[in-house]
Write a protein that binds this ligand. Structure first.
Ligand SMILES: *[C@@H]1O[C@H](CO)[C@@H](O)[C@H](O)[C@H]1NC(C)=O
Ligand SMILES: *[C@@H]1O[C@H](CO)[C@@H](O)[C@H](O)[C@H]1NC(C)=O
Ligand SMILES: *[C@@H]1O[C@H](CO)[C@@H](O)[C@H](O)[C@H]1NC(C)=O
Ligand SMILES: *[C@@H]1O[C@H](CO)[C@@H](O)[C@H](O)[C@H]1NC(C)=O
Ligand SMILES: *[C@@H]1O[C@H](CO)[C@@H](O)[C@H](O)[C@H]1NC(C)=O
Ligand SMILES: *[C@@H]1O[C@H](CO)[C@@H](O)[C@H](O)[C@H]1NC(C)=O
Length: 375
């Protein structure tokens, strides 16, 4: 304990000495910076610099002092304050560059190994703010595996887990580093299914980023996912979760289609996400969602229905009923989305019973099978 304290005092001394140098620097540069409010007192102590309530943007010298302090102290209170101050400062793009150039990413990154969960969380938050910069991401990516391990093994719904998920989400806003998460996808789905609402939303944000990247499609669809995943498609699921789950499906589906692979019936292992998404139960749930009270949910389902050949076919019995009840006239009153009907016409199986139905579908009219008909 005494050792740690000593280091703390030494660090504070060094910081004060650096403060004196800063005074000289300021005297020579003061005028040029006059317009910018720096608000620094010449004798600013370590305590001042790490005072979280202090809102001013630190300059390069102050950031350097702060990083030195962070590197040299073992006092958890100072470490935590320094990380919060760095994180707040990293919200500004100029500081993201300065902190990287000062070697700050490694110094902050080493704190994600701190056994103290509160410090770990602050380090992840600071890295997250630093990650809003492409070059910083290249440095931060060395921590991605560790962060994945922590997110998956850490306490469920904890602040550390959320902070890790947020960092991973922001590390995947571009496709550059997404492949690093390939081996963790099944485990991420497990966190999605077991976590509470906040955790679910954050995992979904991450999965949504992956789902837009065709290079990740196989990894996602091949992941072993518990069938309880389908309960996320239930009508009563919170909108912020439901809409994201539907978007996830839509993204994956688009990627498969873009490559024309859905028609090839790609082979994925049993128990995989593919089996869940393209199985009967999911199709049933999607159809039920067509009548959801929320317009955004409806729109997602509608889009999905517009886009999927399988979906048209699964609507056939419904369509036949519409046709038999309306004698075909029904179609003429609904001049919307001719594309669906054209597509449907082409997709009808060459079955005698359906021939009549096919003949009566005259583009550009469309039966409102998704909304008006509730048979
Ligand atoms: C933090 O700084 C503010 C403003 O300089 C000061 O009023 C406050 O007492 C400081 N808090 C701590 C814990 O040092
Ligand atoms: C973790 O760090 C916090 C914040 O500085 C501190 O208050 C707490 O006592 C530390 N916990 C442990 C177990 O060291
Ligand atoms: C990170 O940046 C956001 C703004 O983008 C800011 O609100 C937050 O306080 C910053 N600090 C940390 C530690 O996350
Ligand atoms: C993470 O990325 C999102 C979307 O790009 C951005 O809005 C957010 O500010 C980033 N988070 C942090 C903490 O910078
Ligand atoms: C999830 O759990 C965490 C930790 O127990 C809690 O702080 C948070 O409010 C919970 N969120 C929801 C939506 O229940
Ligand atoms: C990742 O998600 C964020 C919002 O969470 C979004 O701004 C960004 O465009 C997404 N990136 C990709 C590649 O999907």
């Amino acid at each position: 304990m005494g050792g740690a304290r000593d280091v703390g005092w030494v660090a504070a001394g060094l910081v004060l000495a650096a403060g004196a140098c800063y005074c000289i620097y300021r005297l020579t540069r003061g005028q040029r910076r006059g317009a910018r409010r720096v608000g620094l007192r010449p004798s600013r102590s370590a305590e001042d610099l790490t005072n979280g309530s202090y809102d001013d943007i630190l300059n390069a010298e102050q950031l350097q002092k702060l990083l030195y302090l962070l590197e040299s102290t073992e006092d958890p209170v100072i470490i935590e304050k320094a990380l919060v101050t760095l994180g707040n400062n990293a919200a500004f793009s100029a500081n993201q560059v300065i902190i990287r150039e000062l070697g700050g990413i490694t110094i902050v990154g080493s704190q994600i190994n701190n056994p103290n969960q509160s410090i770990k969380e602050k380090a992840l938050n600071a890295l997250n703010n630093l990650s809003v910069n492409v070059e910083n991401q290249i440095k931060i990516k060395v921590y991605v595996n560790q962060v994945c391990e922590d997110v998956l093994s850490g306490p469920l719904n904890s602040a550390v887990q959320l902070a890790g998920l947020r960092l991973l989400t922001n590390m995947t806003v571009t496709n550059d580093h997404q492949h690093m998460l390939s081996t963790y996808i099944a485990d991420l789905f497990h966190v999605l299914l077991t976590g509470n609402g906040s955790t679910k939303v954050q995992v979904l944000k991450l999965l949504l980023n992956l789902s837009e990247n065709p290079a990740m499609t196989d990894g996602l669809l091949g992941a072993q996912v518990d069938s309880s995943f389908l309960s996320l498609f239930d009508g009563h699921v919170a909108k912020e979760i439901l809409v994201r789950v539907l978007t996830l499906f839509q993204n994956i589906d688009n990627c498969l289609k873009k490559e024309g692979r859905l028609a090839l019936q790609p082979a994925f292992p049993e128990g995989s996400l593919f089996y869940l998404l393209y199985g009967d139960e999911c199709a049933q749930k999607m159809r039920a969602l067509v009548y959801h009270h929320d317009a955004d949910v409806k729109e997602k389902v509608q889009l999905r229905c517009d886009a999927s050949d399988e979906e048209y076919l699964s609507q056939l019995p419904r369509l036949q009923l519409v046709l038999s009840k309306s004698g075909g006239n029904y179609l003429n009153s609904c001049p919307e989305k001719p594309a669906i009907i054209l597509n449907l016409r082409n997709k009808l199986p060459p079955d005698r019973k359906l021939k009549k139905a096919r003949a009566s579908i005259t583009p550009p009219h469309l039966p409102p099978i998704f909304r008006s008909f509730r048979g």
